[in-house]
Design a binder for this molecule. Structure first.
Ligand SMILES: Cc1cc2nc3c(=O)[nH]c(=O)nc-3n(C[C@H](O)[C@H](O)[C@H](O)COP(=O)(O)OP(=O)(O)OC[C@H]3O[C@@H](n4cnc5c(N)ncnc54)[C@H](O)[C@@H]3O)c2cc1C
Length: 224
């Protein structure tokens, strides 16, 4: 690895295989009979007396955890939510076989057998969430700076959207309509932050008004 100023090793670090994790969690919730997988349309949700009705089922509370789709949520029009595009590459680097994650402007994440995930770009202006040549070039140039002269074979390119906010803080709490809540704005660090923030959100929903960290509360938006 090209590192003229040396390398710092973080010993207690790792990564989460998000697709595998979500598959397990989905399987668990399906078994409990409490999980319905479907496309949710906001217009199907209506208020009746003190509760909300969706497809003939009544709910006391509804929490919107919809990532960048929150941009289309009619109850979230006053939020400072944005979509930041990110692209990643899956590559094979035959001369490199390391179990260590490298990080210098981009991450180089080992997948075994000399295959690595490389990422990610941060794009604020874009037409769609499709992978682009510009994204590929940016990542390959950054990779060349870390691992100069190495042969790299691109296996796959992917792109996605991050639910960011203009102040880079989460959006957590009660919306103006009683019984509607938001848990969004996790930006580029959702995987890292959610174990802590989901606990805060649960405690808040159970009645602990102080459970949401000050920086994530919605009232900051009204103060501007
Ligand atoms: C390229 C890239 C690299 C990243 N790297 C990292 C990283 O290294 N570390 C890190 O911590 N974070 C990383 N992130 C950020 C992380 O992925 C996000 O912060 C996190 O996914 C946000 O979680 P979320 O649940 O709010 O939104 P999402 O993960 O987008 O989940 C929202 C879910 O709601 C579903 N949904 C939305 N609308 C509807 C609807 N109407 N009906 C049914 N379902 C709906 C969507 O299908 C989706 O499954 C990265 C993101 C990108 C794009």
């Amino acid at each position: 690895m090209e590192a003229p100023n040396g390398i710092l090793r973080v010993k207690t670090a790792g990564y989460l295989d998000v697709p595998a994790f979500l598959d397990h969690v989905r399987e668990y919730w399906i078994k409990t009979g409490k999980f319905t997988e479907t496309h949710f349309k906001h217009e199907e949700l209506r208020k009746e007396d003190s509760h909300w009705v969706w497809r003939e089922q009544a709910f006391q509370n509804v929490v919107f955890c919809e990532g960048i789709s929150g941009l289309q949520n009619p109850w979230m029009k006053q939020m400072n939510l944005e979509n930041t595009k990110g692209q990643v590459l899956e590559v094979r680097i035959p001369e490199l076989d390391t179990p260590h994650i490298m990080n210098k402007h981009i991450f180089v994440l080992p997948q075994g057998n000399s295959i690595f995930r490389i990422g990610a770009t941060n794009e604020w202006i874009f037409d769609d969430l499709q992978p682009t040549e510009a994204g590929k070039t940016e990542l390959m140039e950054k990779l060349e700076k870390i691992l100069p002269g190495k042969m790299v074979e691109i296996l796959r390119q992917e792109a996605g959207g991050r639910p960011t906010t203009t102040d880079r803080r989460p959006l957590m709490g009660a919306l103006s309509e009683t019984g509607l809540f938001v848990f969004n704005g996790l930006g580029s660090r959702g995987v890292l932050l959610v174990p802590y923030l989901a606990g805060c959100m649960c405690r808040y929903l159970m009645g602990d008004e102080e459970a949401i960290p000050e920086e994530g509360r919605l009232h900051r938006l009204k103060q501007k």
